[in-house]
Every structure is written in C-alpha cells, then in structure tokens.
Design a protein around this ligand. Structure first.
Ligand code: ADP
Ligand code: MG
Length: 395
C-alpha cells in the first residue's frame, strides 16, 4: 500500500518533492512542451496551500557532469509563470552542499526551492548512498511525483527514500497508476491496443503482457514492417529489425491461437528516400515495392484503425503510426489521435514519448482520459514490471 501526499500533514514542514521536469527545450532553451510541469502543479499547489516549505528535485536530459545546457532554469521559469506572480520560486545552483543547505534553512512556508539538475552528480544515477543521504537531509518528508522516472532506481527516486521520516506518492503518480492500472487489471472490453513507433523490441513485452487482456491489437509505424516481413510479406527498404523476426512471428501466432484481432497495415505511404525531394507514394497493398521505404499507414488502414477505436470501451495507444515529424507522413498518427479523442464513451490512455507529444501538438489532450507523462515508465508498467520508484514508496 502506498500513501499519497493528500494524506500527509505538511504545514510548516519541509517537503522534498521529486518531480519530472525533464522537458524538451528548443535552441533558445525555451520549454516546448510543458505538460510534465503542468501535471506536477496539483501536488505543488497542495503543498503550498498546506503551508509547506517546498524543495523540488528533478533531472533534465543526460548531462555528463555540470553543464549549463542542462540547467533546470527554463523549467523553473515556466513553473513560476504557471503558478502566477504571488508564488516564489527560487533556483539553487546545485542540489546538495552548503549553499543549498543555507537556502533550505532560509526557506519560508509556501516558498519553493528548485534544486539544480540532480544528474549534475553522477551519484544520482548510480544511486549512491551518501548522495541519497545528502538529498534526504534536506527534508523530513519525501514525495515522489516523478512518474516519468519511476522506472529508474536512482538516488532521488529510490535510494533517498530509506533515509526520510515520511514518504508518499504525489497526485500525478497516483493518477498514472490508477489509469495505467485499469489497463492491466480489468479493462472493459472491447479493449483496443494501438502500437507504433520505431522498434518491435521496445514494445514486444507489452504485447505479450497485454495479449490475453486485449480484444484487438493494431500495429503501425516502423515496427509494423518487422511483423509483415516475419509473415513473408515484402516490405522493400523499410526499417526492419531482422533479429526480431522470430519473436514477431510468435506474437502473430499467439494472437491467432487466442482468437485476438491483430491488424497490420493493408496499405502504405512510401517513398524512394527519406528526403524532402522524394515524394510520398500511396501503395494500395500489404506489400511494399522493393525499392521503396514504408513511412506511414495508408488511407484504408487509417479507416480500419479508426473503426476499431470507435467501437472500443478501453483504448491504449503508444507510438506514432509513421515518420510523423514530416507532416507528409503524419496523417496516420493524427487519425489515431483524432479517433481516440472522438470516442467519448471509452477510457482512452496514451503512453508518453512521441505519441504523447503528438496528442499535445494536436491540442487533443483534454479529450483523452489520460495522457501519460512517462514513455519508458508507462511501457515498463504495462509489461507487468514493478517500478523501483513505486516499490520504494511501499511501506
Ligand atoms: P514512442 O516515443 O511513442 O514510444 P518511438 O520512440 O518508439 O515512439 O518511435 C518514434 C519514432 O519512430 C519517430 O521518430 C518516428 O519518426 C519513427 N517512425 C515511425 N514510423 C516510422 C517509419 N515507418 N519509418 C521510419 N521511422 C518511423
Ligand atoms: Mg520515442
């Protein structure tokens, strides 16, 4: 059993909240998608309203040592904007050490101290006990609201929890576990799972774990070509994971044996090259000509996927249907997003990563039951694995 932050007494107390402010930045270091910051607001607001002294810890990217490129300053500014002018957000220049200790000592009720990137110290990812202890010394209360990092056993997500007086999950973590949990516990049927993206290897365990529970599996994106090739279909020069062909064939056979619908693209948008000059060609067939690369699902596949999504009572989607960064190959992804948004009788859940980004770009997030803030974490959860960040919170 996990306690959640709304069950804690926070008044006058220092609370360390592990958030996931690992947000995308543009060349000017502006936050381009602030979904993870906005999703952390309920927990932060709750702590402010309770009159706590708030310390926020997060990582950003994969810095090798201290690197201003990976400063959390842009995320702290965005947080400050979102909280409004009366909120006070202070940015520390480190996450441990004497300077931080002084800032923590001076912290007033309702004030927020944003620590600098935890990964500026390699001890964070190494889950070093001394580093974990140093983080834990900042506050007696620990709250983990960083669902996107819950699949990592790092100092701030796992190690430090042993050294605090009180621990709890945040409201975002709670929401993530609730909606993703519905998918693996008792999903109401028809349960349709839509998967796409680059690689079969990233998602095969999710397929294996969800197969007994789902009614229909719809596969697009580059991973579809590995499944097609495994069944002897010509896929031209499309991206294929040769070493995953046997595993892919097994999944197709498992679906057949269990009587599940397993749909792969029946038509495609393809091109001779991945370049602006090379025009898209519609291929009205399962097979892709030898000289072409499959880059999106075609119109008949889109319509078929849309019909299945429209009939569903539960839908989970992860991974784009094509190379959607190029708008000419974004239609499959957009169609899945729109179909999910239009089905208002279903529980619709979108995994994080690129599909989550696509939903936000299309402005459809408020028509989806839950858009996860965790790409890797949501997949690992749906594989049926225990997330170290969640395990650490269990009493
Ligand atoms: P997610 O982050 O949602 O889990 P992935 O990271 O697995 O998704 O895959 C996203 C990437 O896959 C995108 O960069 C997209 O361009 C690429 N992709 C999808 N379909 C194709 C395709 N047919 N050919 C090449 N790349 C593709
Ligand atoms: Mg991705």
């Amino acid at each position: 059993m996990i306690r959640y932050v709304d069950d804690l007494q926070l008044t006058d107390k220092r609370v360390f909240i592990r958030v996931d402010f690992n947000v995308p930045l543009d060349d000017q270091r502006k936050v381009t998608d602030d979904a993870r910051i906005r999703e952390a607001l309920p927990t932060i607001e709750l702590a402010r309203e309770a009159g706590a002294k708030i310390i926020l810890g997060s990582h950003l990217g994969r810095p090798k040592g201290v690197d201003p490129k990976y400063s959390l300053e842009p995320a702290a500014s965005r947080l400050s904007e979102l909280l409004g002018p009366e909120a006070s957000v202070i940015l520390a220049d480190d996450c441990i050490g004497d300077g931080v200790k002084k800032l923590v000592r001076d912290l007033q009720n309702r004030q927020i101290l944003m620590l600098e990137n935890l990964r500026f110290h390699k001890e964070e990812e190494a889950n070093d006990p001394d580093f974990a202890r140093a983080l834990a010394s900042l506050a007696p209360v620990y709250v983990n609201d960083a669902f996107g990092t819950a699949h990592r056993a790092h100092a701030s997500t796992a190690g430090m929890v042993a050294f605090v007086k009180e621990k709890a999950g945040g409201l975002l973590l709670k929401k993530e576990l609730e909606f993703l949990g519905k998918l693996i516990l008792k999903p109401q049927g028809p349960f349709v799972v839509v998967l796409g993206g680059a690689k079969v290897s990233d998602k095969i365990k999710v397929i294996e774990n969800l197969m007994p529970k789902l009614d229909a599996l719809l596969v697009g994106g580059a991973m579809a070509y590995t499944f097609l090739k495994a069944q002897g279909v010509e896929v031209g020069k499309s991206r294929v994971e040769e070493d995953k062909l046997p595993l892919s064939l097994k999944a197709v056979e498992a679906a057949e044996r269990l009587g599940k619908t397993f749909l792969l693209p029946i038509d495609h948008l393809a091109s001779a090259e991945i370049s602006e000059k090379s025009p898209p060609r519609e291929i009205d067939d399962r097979a892709i000509p030898r000289e072409l690369i499959g880059l999106d699902i075609g119109p008949r596949t889109r319509a078929q996927f849309r019909r299945h999504i429209a009939r569903a009572k539960t839908v989970f989607w992860n991974g784009p249907m094509g190379m959607f960064e190029d708008f000419r190959y974004a239609e499959g992804t957009r169609e899945v997003a729109r179909a999910m948004a239009s089905n208002r009788q279903a529980i619709t859940v979108v995994g994080g990563g690129d599909s989550g980004a696509a939903i936000h770009q299309l402005g459809l997030a408020d028509k989806i039951t839950h858009v996860s803030t965790g790409g890797g974490a949501s997949l690992e959860f749906l594989e049926g694995r225990q997330l170290p960040g969640v395990v650490a919170l269990e009493a």
